[in-house]
Design a protein around this ligand. Structure first.
Ligand code: 13P
Length: 282
C-alpha cells in the first residue's frame, strides 16, 4: 500500500527510528527491497533519482514500482529522489509517485528557494510531500570512485536552514553534515551537534543522504538527533553486483534468470540489515 511521506516520517518520529529510503533502479533491487520491507513491518521509501536516467528511465521502472508497492500489504512511499527540474518531478507525479525531492542545493541560495517553492506549490496541488536540500554533499550515486570526501565548508547552516524551510514549506530537509554519496574514501566524521541544531532550527525531519558505509553507532547517534529518513543505494547495488558475479561463475549457471534471482536475494538480505540498523531501540 502507499502512504504519504508525512505519515512515514511521523511513524519514524513516534518510534524513534529512521525510514530506509532505498534507490531501486534495477528490477531485482526492487523485488529484494520490497521483500525486505514486507518482513520488517515498518514503512520503507522506494526511490528513483533523476541521475539514474542514464541506466534506467523512471518511465520504465516507475510503473513497476507503483504496481508492486500498491499491491503489497506493507506501507511504502514512492519518492522521486534528487529531482533536478520541475519537469522531471511532474513526470514522476504523473506516473503515480507520491513524494518528491527537489535538489536545488548546487544553485545560488535564492534560486534554490525559488525552485523549491515552485515544486512545493505543484506538490501541494497533488497532496504530496516535498524534500528540499540545502548545503552541498559531494559524491554521487553513479559509482564514480573519484569523490567521497566531505567538505565542511559546504555544510548546512542552521539559521539559513530555518529561513529556507519557512520560505519554501518543505516537509523534510536534506542537509550536509558529514556524509557523502557513494563510497567513502576517508573515515566519515559526522557532525551530530549540527544535526540537532538543524532539527531544532527548522522543526522538520532531517534527511541523511549517503547512507552507505556508516556504522551502527553513526546511524543511531544521527537518528537520536533528528534524522528520520536515510537514503541508501551504493552498498546494496555493490552487493547486487558481487552476487551477480558469484552466481554467473557457478558451473551450472547457463541462463541469466538464475543470476537475477541471486541478486534479488542478496539485495533482500542487505536491505533487511539496513532497515534493522535504523532502529536504535531494537
Ligand atoms: P549512497 O549511494 O551513498 O548510499 O547514498 C544514496 C543517496 O543518498 C541517494 O539519494
Amino acid at each position: 500500500m502507499l502512504i504519504g511521506l508525512d505519515e512515514a516520517l511521523r511513524y519514524a518520529q513516534k518510534n524513534n527510528i529512521a525510514i530506509a529510503a532505498v534507490n531501486t533502479p534495477y528490477f531485482e533491487g526492487l523485488l529484494g527491497t520490497i521483500a525486505a520491507a514486507e518482513k520488517a513491518g515498518v514503512p520503507v521509501i522506494l526511490q528513483h533519482a533523476q541521475v539514474h536516467e542514464s541506466t534506467l528511465s523512471i518511465d520504465d521502472i516507475g510503473p513497476a514500482m507503483l504496481a508492486l508497492a500498491t499491491r503489497s500489504e506493507a506501507p511504502f512511499v514512492l519518492h522521486v529522489d534528487h529531482g533536478e527540474d520541475i519537469d522531471y518531478i511532474a513526470r514522476g507525479l504523473d506516473i503515480g509517485f507520491n513524494s518528491v525531492m527537489i535538489d536545488g542545493s548546487t544553485l545560488p541560495y535564492e534560486e534554490n528557494v525559488a525552485r523549491t517553492t515552485e515544486v512545493v506549490k505543484l506538490a501541494k496541488e497533488r497532496g504530496v510531500g516535498v524534500e528540499g536540500e540545502l548545503g552541498v554533499m559531494t559524491g554521487n550515486e553513479n559509482g564514480d570512485p573519484s569523490q567521497g570526501i566531505a567538505d565542511e565548508t559546504l555544510y548546512t547552516e542552521p539559521a539559513q536552514a530555518k529561513e529556507f524551510v519557512e520560505r519554501t514549506g518543505v516537509t523534510a530537509l536534506a542537509a550536509s553534515f558529514g556524509t557523502v554519496h557513494g563510497m567513502y574514501h576517508q573515515e566519515p566524521k559526522l557532525n551530530y551537534e549540527l544535526i540537532e541544531q538543524l532539527r531544532d532550527a527548522t522543526g522538520v525531519p532531517i534527511v541523511m543522504h549517503g547512507g552507505s558505509g556508516l556504522s551502527l553507532d553513526e546511524y543511531h547517534r544521527s537518528i537520536t538527533r533528528g534524522v528520520r529518513k536515510i537514503n541508501y543505494y551504493t552498498y546494496a547495488a555493490k552487493a547486487a553486483l558481487d552476487a551477480a558475479l558469484r552466481a554467473a561463475d557457478e558451473p551450472n549457471t547457463i541462463l541469466f534468470p538464475k543470476v537475477a534471482k541471486a541478486v534479488s536475494a542478496q539485495v533482500e538480505s542487505d536491505v533487511a540489515e539496513f532497515i534493522q540498523a535504523l532502529r536504535p531501540g531494537a
